[in-house]
Write a protein that binds this ligand. Structure first.
Ligand code: FES
Ligand SMILES: [Fe+2]
Length: 410
């Protein structure tokens, strides 16, 4: 089957509580393995339903050599297809996004319906069967408005992630949101280092002044009391119970979901800084039109993290969503999108520059950190290092990676 002997040897050296051996981060072989084997065996976050809002809207999702067209049909359903023409294989969609009544190949103009059926192919022999030449489907699932794709013919289970995530984000109703701003950042670092950086806030205090304006204490990874088991509790039991009672009253309390039994999702309602109601520079809503029903007094936001490539924050006025995709061993695409209520008017209800300012600044800081990390791992002096108590979720990411890699290698 797959011959990734060097990868197997490196995986065998992985130690609990430690970073990975160098070549798993930096080698070209690991990049080939990740994009052609490991990442094809799992569900990957692609985009939200708001990215393909109307029938005919499509979004191109790329993983290594593979490209997937995510498209909304006339029936409102979102489907995914391999972005390769069934004639001679040309790539059909060659822009990041687009919209139209059909998917037309630029080479000889075969055209496909939004449901993937081949509609027109000129001058074909009599025995050519159009019905046999539709676009080849890719597995896609909608988790409360977050779209995940899987390039395997046998995708792993997704039911529990769907239930846990959609139960909590339904409140924000992504179906009635629109993309207000989006930008791509390319980090000169391996995608696993970009992910590891996201899974801890050990670095936050010294690096993220803008983010910490609106986040309480150590922020992510330490938001809930349950989350704080091994850290320094910032709140007494009574305060925690009062907070839970208040959340229950609003109907927004659920237990922390933290990568349960081999699953790949984490959902947590976290405290914002006192007085802050949104992840913005001044903690105030960035959009006047709110997306949730409880007003702008609630000093919490909801966050979702998934293995191996996404995280998302839901505030009362906007949603910000991140996808991570490898481009090369030392190059990673971080795509950030900000969503607001579909009726919100730019310039009146929101200013995209203000809406995105915290995370643009934070992403830039994180880019540098991931790049320093990658550069240092290239050194002959690098040895796998020990994770701190505040890096348990980094270990969880690393373990997910190693487990899926071993499974994929059989
Ligand atoms: S390759 Fe697409 S129409 Fe020929
Ligand atoms: Fe960070």
């Amino acid at each position: 089957m797959h011959h990734f002997d060097a990868i197997s040897a490196q995986l065998a050296q992985v130690r609990a509580g430690h970073t990975l051996p160098r070549d798993l981060y930096v080698s070209d072989e690991a990049f080939r393995f990740d994009t052609q084997v490991m990442l094809k065996s799992v569900w990957l976050y692609a985009c939200t339903v708001a990215h393909v809002k109307k029938p005919g809207d499509w979004y191109q999702f790329e993983l290594g050599r593979n490209s997937v067209i995510i498209v909304r049909g006339r029936d409102g359903a979102v489907r995914a297809f391999h972005n390769t023409c069934t004639h001679r294989g040309a790539k059909i969609c060659n822009q990041p996004t687009g919209s139209g009544g059909r998917l037309t190949c630029p080479y000889h103009f075969w055209s496909f319906g939004l449901d993937g059926k081949l509609l027109a192919a000129r001058g074909m022999p009599d025995d050519f069967e159009k019905a046999q030449n539709g676009l080849r489907p890719v597995a896609i699932e909608n988790l409360g408005g977050l779209l995940f794709v899987c390039l395997s013919d046998n995708p792993p289970p997704i039911d529990r992630a769907r239930a846990d995530i959609s139960a909590q984000i339904a409140l924000y109703d992504l179906d009635r949101m629109k993309v207000a701003d989006q930008y791509d950042l390319v980090d000169q670092a391996n995608w696993k280092l970009v992910m590891e950086n996201n899974r801890e806030c050990y670095h936050c205090e010294s690096n993220h002044p803008e983010l910490l304006n609106s986040l309480d204490g150590n922020g992510f990874g330490k938001g809930l009391p349950e989350d704080n088991r091994d850290g320094d509790a910032t709140q007494g039991e009574a305060a925690i119970e009062a907070m839970r009672a208040h959340w229950r009253e609003l109907g927004i309390y659920r237990d922390l979901v933290e990568f349960p039994d081999g699953w790949w999702h984490r959902v947590a309602r976290i405290n914002l800084a006192p007085g802050a109601v949104s992840q913005t520079m001044d903690g105030k809503p960035a959009c006047k039109k709110l997306i949730w029903p409880h007003g702008d007094r609630e000093e919490t936001s909801l966050s979702v993290w998934t293995q191996p490539n996404s995280w998302h924050h839901f505030c009362c006025d906007h949603v910000v969503t991140f996808s991570v995709m490898p481009l090369a061993a030392d190059k990673t695409l971080l795509r950030t999108s900000w969503l607001v209520h579909e009726d919100a008017v730019e310039g009146v209800d929101y200013d995209p520059a203000y809406l995105s300012s915290v995370w643009r600044a934070t992403n830039e800081q994180d880019r540098l950190l991931a790049e320093y990390n990658h550069a240092g791992i290239l050194s002959d002096g690098y040895r796998p290092g020990r994770y701190s108590n505040e890096e348990k979720l980094v270990e969880a990411f690393k373990t997910f990676y190693v487990d899926k890699a071993l499974e994929a290698l059989g």
